[in-house]
Design a protein around this ligand. Structure first.
Ligand code: NAD
Ligand code: UDP
Length: 335
């Protein structure tokens, strides 16, 4: 296949490009670097089956040559209001990537008669009243809250994807991604994994927001990409949750990171996101298991150990002043 991946310079997009190339496909990567990094694609320099186009997906997209699949991953993705990469600080760009970007990428799929896969999110469930979250749950989302720029854009994106499927017969997929971590995450986007790992490696106390009793379920990136690749090859048009169902409180997560890294100390901070921070999040992955035969296989401790060398390398580059410390001076972003 020849596959267009938007958001290719991001954390997930770059891993997806690698996987597609490993499977023998050709990839057109697209990104405008608003939250992504050239470094994430540097290893693909000279790869003949990889073409990069710098472009904002909110504008009309033209891709020369044939395309067999379009995978729309372009969107800011961090909820942290203290990070310049957080969608709260990129509200219009986030809504445009989810709304106009989805419209444009669906248009590309239609023009090329290509299959389409939307990167949706567990955030479409909002602060869920049903637990664990099945794909049948409609969600509990504040339409005007701070997180709404992301949540509602993704909900619109899902609705538009289904409209193109029903009205135009486009061969669509929707993956609802739950919290994922691994190498190539931003060190500074304020999400909990980079924050805790950077703090732990610096020997600082980990910043737990609130009482730390809110839960998340963390999936290692390789497991996620496997699930997404299987979904791409499937015939499933309904949304599919992909994530790791092992639920953990943020406080337990902080203790685990300290244990693995040999760090000490937890600093409790006020909740950073008002009422918008979901209390519980855990995917029900029955659909993915039954339809795709998919299950995550990397446990949390193993995944964190696989991720630490990447953050160590970033930290040593910061120490050598080879990259600017973007977190200096801002609270709760690893500084
Ligand atoms: P990321 O910020 O690392 O990657 C997003 C990429 O999209 C960046 O490279 C950014 O520059 C690019 N981008 C944003 N707006 C763009 C635009 N208008 N035009 C072109 N490129 C643009 O984030 P990520 O964690 O890799 O997330 C990728 C996708 O997966 C997003 O759609 C996100 O909503 C979804 N997702 C991620 C997670 C997670 O845990 N990482 C969870 C749920 C959903
Ligand atoms: N969190 C925390 N300390 C941090 C960063 C995040 O306690 O330094 C909490 C945050 O309040 C949330 C959870 O960790 O409850 C996950 O946050 P993240 O930003 O990773 O993404 P979310 O799952 O909220 O989209």
């Amino acid at each position: 296949m020849r596959v267009l991946v938007t958001g290719a310079a991001g954390f997930l997009g770059s891993h997806l490009c690698d996987r597609l190339l490993d499977e023998g496909h050709s990839v057109v990567g697209m990104d405008n670097f608003i939250t992504g990094s050239r470094e994430n694609l540097a290893h693909l320099a000279g790869e003949e089956r990889f073409l990069f186009i710098r472009h904002d997906v909110s504008n009309f997209i033209f891709v020369p040559g044939k395309l067999d699949a379009v995978m729309h991953f372009a969107s800011p993705a961090s909820p942290n209001p203290h990070s310049p990469f957080g969608y709260v600080n990129l509200p219009i760009q986030t809504m445009k990537a989810g709304a106009l970007g989805t419209h444009n990428t669906l248009g590309v799929a239609k023009a090329h008669n290509a299959r389409f896969l939307l990167a949706s999110t567990s955030e479409i469930y909002g602060d869920p009243l049903e637990h664990p979250q099945t794909e049948g749950y409609w969600g509990h989302v504040d339409p005007i809250g701070e997180r709404s720029v992301y949540d509602e854009a993704k909900r619109f994106a899902e609705a538009l994807t289904m409209a193109y499927h029903r009205f135009h017969g486009i061969d669509t997929r929707i993956v609802r991604i739950f919290n994922t971590y691994g190498p190539r995450m931003h060190t500074d986007d304020g999400r909990v994994v980079p924050n805790f790992l950077m703090q732990a490696l610096r020997g600082q106390p980990l910043t737990v927001y609130g009482d730390g009793q809110q839960t998340r379920s963390f999936c290692y990136v390789d497991d996620l990409i496997e699930g997404i690749y299987r979904l791409l090859l499937s015939d499933e048009h309904r949304p599919v949750n992909v994530g790791n169902p092992d639920e953990i409180t943020i406080l337990e997560f902080a203790e685990t990171i300290n244990q693995i890294s040999g760090n000490q100390g937890i600093a409790f901070h006020p909740m950073q996101r008002g009422d918008g921070d979901p209390q519980r999040r855990q995917p029900d992955i029955s659909r993915a298991r039954e339809l795709l035969g998919w299950l995550p296989v990397v446990g949390l401790r193993e995944g964190i150990r696989k991720t630490i060398p990447y953050f160590e390398e970033k930290l040593s580059l910061l120490h050598e002043n080879r990259i600017k410390d973007p977190s200096s001076g801002r609270p709760g972003t690893g500084s």
